[in-house]
Ligand binder design. Structure first.
Ligand SMILES: *Cc1c(COP(=O)(O)O)cnc(C)c1O
Length: 246
């Protein structure tokens, strides 16, 4: 079975490592959901695929995973064609510059990193031209640190009210990124804060009831994030191995 088309640059060992990791992450996510009184189906594993080649992502999509997240628009565009036959659901999980909105909307079904109104307006204007809609999350900085990314929790209500009024974007929930290098005890409050913010904003009608998704948790802490209510965990290195930024 070795026509040129079927030759993968990945070895059988590489492929077995990825599928083994996928099974392990899926098992751990399910167990964490059930331990917190939810169904395993309530939590989706998003494959955080930055720097990973399309061949590796293809293995994961072939193994039954459907949701991928890229940080850079260029990487989404670069891999979209190679993965088109597998039709993944693609989310942008990294910061979006306004001049990259058009490219993003071509390939991403969801933008998880909306954190300012000018960006939302730019997205909405483009959607008007295309006569399309897009899903989005509001990224909130709940890590209590200075960060360029994510709206401050106290400003989330105003931003959400303004973006919802734009009309073409469908709010799915809130997203946060835990502070890199923190211990689980340090990260946990930023996840519980996001859940509480979501409950408050849905309770008061600022967010619609169906915008109940919480995107939080990565390789080092996804079980903790699930315990705090995550519905999407974004897992990269524990599936694909360490990233090569060279
Ligand atoms: C890279 C990345 C992840 C995944 O990180 P890992 O530690 O490799 O699992 C999750 N979310 C965002 C926004 C990322 O950039």
């Amino acid at each position: 079975m070795s026509t040129p088309d079927s030759v993968s640059p990945l070895s059988a060992d590489d492929i077995a490592a990825i599928t083994g990791n996928l099974d392990e992450v899926a098992d751990r996510a399910r167990a964490a959901a059930e331990a917190s009184g939810r169904s395993g189906d309530d939590v989706r594993v998003l494959l955080a695929t930055k720097t990973q080649p399309a061949e590796k992502i293809r293995v994961a999509l072939g193994h039954g995973f459907t949701l991928i997240g890229e940080n850079k628009v260029q990487e989404i565009t670069g891999k979209a064609e190679a993965l088109a036959d597998l039709d993944p659901e693609t989310h942008l999980i990294g910061p979006l510059q306004r001049n990259k909105v058009n490219h993003t909307l071509r390939h991403a079904q969801c933008i998880q990193s909306v954190d300012n109104l000018p960006l939302a307006e730019k997205i909405n204007n483009r959607l008007d031209v295309l006569d399309e809609t897009v899903d989005y999350f509001i990224q909130v900085n709940t890590s209590r640190e200075d960060s360029k990314f994510g709206v401050a929790p106290e400003d989330a209500e105003e931003l959400i009210t303004a973006t919802r009024a734009l009309g073409r974007m469908r709010l799915r929930g809130l997203m946060t990124i835990g502070l890199p290098g923190s211990s689980p005890e340090e990260i946990r409050p930023s996840y519980s804060d996001l859940r509480e913010l979501s409950e408050t904003l849905r309770g008061s009608g600022v967010m619609p009831a169906e915008a109940a998704e919480l995107s939080m948790g990565m390789s080092g802490d996804f079980e903790l994030a699930i315990a705090e209510g995550a519905t999407i965990v974004r897992v990269g290195s524990s599936i694909f191995g360490a990233r090569d930024y060279s």
